[in-house]
Ligand binder design. Structure first.
Ligand code: HEC
Length: 118
């Protein structure tokens, strides 16, 4: 009986540990984006002092609502140049899958608390 309970707890812990798409996107942001975009997503990462073009403040609803989800997807996958922005925004298509990039777009929508056109 006691053993069964232990097994059940282990299974529950494993299920709880499996991260959701939103958690994975937040983790990816912490791993790949904060150096420039900042741990709060406000564009104040550790790299910015010497960057000639400053990273986007992802909490800026006014600027972020000017971008469609497709544009955000494109700039994350293919880098700044793909939407006529700075080469200092790297392309992440070799690092993140299309699914992870889609989830990242939703993560950015959470940071700006905005949608395209709103
Ligand atoms: C090496 C620094 C650097 C890293 C790392 C970085 N970015 Fe950027 N990012 C930039 C810069 C600089 C810009 C602004 C480019 C410009 O304005 O021309 C930018 C712009 C953007 C934009 C465009 C916003 C807009 O509408 O203008 C998005 C979206 C974005 N970054 C997302 C991300 C995501 C998601 C990650 C992590 C996967 C990431 N960035 C990692 C430097 C970086």
């Amino acid at each position: 009986m006691r053993n069964n309970r232990m097994v059940l707890l282990a299974v529950l812990a494993a299920v709880a540990g499996a991260s959701s798409a939103a958690e994975t996107a937040a983790d990816n942001y912490k791993t790949y984006c904060v150096q420039c975009h900042g741990s709060q997503g406000n564009g104040k990462g550790v790299n910015i002092r010497d960057m000639s073009v400053q990273p986007r403040d992802h909490t800026d609803a006014k600027a972020m609502s000017g971008r469609t989800d497709d544009e955000l997807f494109k700039v994350i996958k293919e880098g700044g140049l793909s939407i006529d922005k700075s080469v200092l925004m790297p392309p992440w298509g070799d690092t993140l899958s299309d699914g992870e990039i889609r989830d990242m777009v939703q993560h950015l929508r959470g940071l700006c608390k905005c949608r395209y056109g709103s």
